[in-house]
Design a protein around this ligand. Structure first.
Ligand code: UDP
Length: 405
């Protein structure tokens, strides 16, 4: 008689969700006691497919949602309709949602209504302000009310959940699976599709310094992005040895603004979204990143790359207190001053670079697999991640700028 392995659906709507779920799918497959089904919800299916390709994975199910108005409520209702039909047909034993997107909320609600236990990966992040980031802060708080199992990346995230009266028995500190993801693909030395980026990375090996800039958040579009582009122009002018790589958001209006702002600026390469393995390779070779991305903020310390965070608030405060990131906002003069302080003072840069990664030790996916198996009565409880003072990627050696392998 064959033993039925329970199906667990992992729902990914956007690129960061796919990146953070991929290590979990892999851990489930290799442990063999759960059958992971990666579902592209239909929110940004091409980004999900591109992100999973970096891990040699493809979604088993790709849903296609109809969008006419582009509103949040239209997206949410469409996602719920399709996910509900999927859950009705396949009857998963548990549904894993990640983070705080519209897909996260839709997946949690659709599963909850069908009495399927909801597992929230990257649970407990809070800015404390419902208006920022919007709508993510609301989404993650709502999912926090519905989840049966809360996988907190850090002890601070767990404390946030306890503060909202989430039972301690349903919370486990796993670390963030983005660290597992970044370490998995970084070792691959993926070739670059864009010759200009390959040249920038090669230059970094010959003494030039690479700076990765990303500005993907909706809240950065418009004037803040204009300020960030002005800062890039000034930094390139001030520091003749730096090379800037800026993968732009694919939105045509954003791309046009980036192209217009950086046209003709020397030693600066603008591209569309980079495949994850290539992005990670650029990041690992950079001496500094200027970013508004939560994911990049979590990945950078694994490669000893200081992050200047281009936002007014961040819910990822652990990297600020650990010293590997600094919140600098989007004022041009402030960005230039903070970046210059690190580019001109290698000791200051190395102090940030060697702060370690508070987001994980690369074992978050294994803990997640065990926690879900335990929820379903298939394994003893998972051991939480030990308290991290300083965790470095296994192959990281910090010597000088741009020399991290
Ligand atoms: N990323 C990528 N290619 C890019 C830019 C970012 O693969 O061109 C990855 C990045 O390493 C991180 C994630 O996408 O893991 C971040 O996505 P985004 O900035 O869209 O979202 P956030 O992290 O702010 O949720």
């Amino acid at each position: 008689m064959s033993i039925q392995v329970p199906e667990v659906h992992l729902i990914a709507g956007t690129r960061p969700e796919a990146i953070k779920l991929a290590p979990v799918a892999r851990a489930m497959r290799s442990a063999g006691r759960l059958a992971p089904v990666l579902v592209a919800s239909g929110q940004h299916p091409s980004m999900v497919h591109q992100a999973l390709a970096a891990f040699d994975q493809v979604p088993e199910v790709t849903l296609s949602v109809d969008r006419e108005t582009g509103s949040q409520s239209e997206l949410l209702t469409e996602l719920i309709r399709h996910l509900d039909a999927l859950f009705a047909e396949r009857q998963p034993a548990a549904v894993v949602v990640q983070g705080d997107t519209t897909t996260t909320l839709a997946g949690a609600m659709a599963a909850f209504w069908r009495r399927i236990p909801v597992v929230h990966l990257e649970a407990g992040l809070r800015s404390g302000d419902l208006a920022s980031p919007f709508p993510e802060e609301g989404n993650r708080r709502l999912v926090g009310q519905l989840a049966a199992l809360h996988l907190a990346p850090t002890s601070l995230a767990a404390a946030n959940l306890l503060g909202e009266h989430v039972p301690a028995s349903s919370i486990i500190i796993t670390g963030n699976t983005v660290v597992d993801a970044a370490l998995e693909v970084a070792g691959r030395a993926e070739p670059f599709d864009d010759a200009a980026i390959a040249a920038s990375v090669d230059d970094a090996a010959s003494g030039h310094r690479l700076v990765l800039v990303t500005a993907h958040r909706r809240e950065s579009w418009g004037d803040p992005l204009e300020n960030i582009l002005a800062a890039v122009r000034q930094l390139v002018a001030r520091h003749p040895d730096i090379r800037v790589v800026l993968p732009s958001h694919p939105n045509p209006a954003v791309r046009a603004q980036v192209d217009a702002g950086l046209r003709g600026v020397p030693r600066t390469t603008v591209t569309g979204p980079l495949p994850y393995a290539q992005l990670t390779r650029v990041l690992s070779r950079s001496c500094l990143t200027l970013t508004d991305s939560g994911g990049v903020q979590e990945e950078a310390p694994s490669f000893g790359v200081p992050a200047l965070v281009l936002r007014e608030v961040t819910e990822r405060v652990e990297s600020l207190s650990a010293g590997c990131a600094k919140l600098v906002g989007t004022d041009t003069a402030r960005i230039v001053a903070e970046a210059t302080a690190l580019l001109d003072d290698e000791a200051a840069r190395l102090a940030m670079a060697s702060a370690g990664n508070p987001y994980g030790d690369g074992l978050a996916a294994t803990r997640t697999e065990q926690a879900v198996a335990s929820l379903l009565g298939l394994a003893p409880p998972a051991e939480p991640m030990p308290v991290l003072d300083s965790v470095h990627g296994p192959e990281m050696s910090l010597t000088a700028c741009g020399s991290v392998a």
